[in-house]
Design a protein around this ligand. Sequence first.
Ligand SMILES: [Ca+2]
Length: 92
Amino acid sequence: MINIVGFADRDQHVVVKGGDGKDDLCVVDTLPQGYKGAIDVRFFGEAGDDELVVKAEGDLQSVSNAFLLADGGAGFDHCDVSSMVKVVNCES
Ligand SMILES: [Ca+2]
């Protein structure tokens, strides 16, 4: 489980890579009250059959620009994401 807790006055730029093998990865991005920055969170399962959970929570009202990605990569991957997250290469 990876928790991302941003600062109210800073942009977020995050890349997580699972590497080879079967990964069970969970990331929750909790935005503080009054967050006005940009979000760029990219989550890669890479090779193997992965379980990816990517969620954005907290104060999303004033986010200036958001890009959240869950990319399962090769293998048979399962993704569970919140509404803002773009999903690619996930089979279920
Ligand atoms: Ca994969």
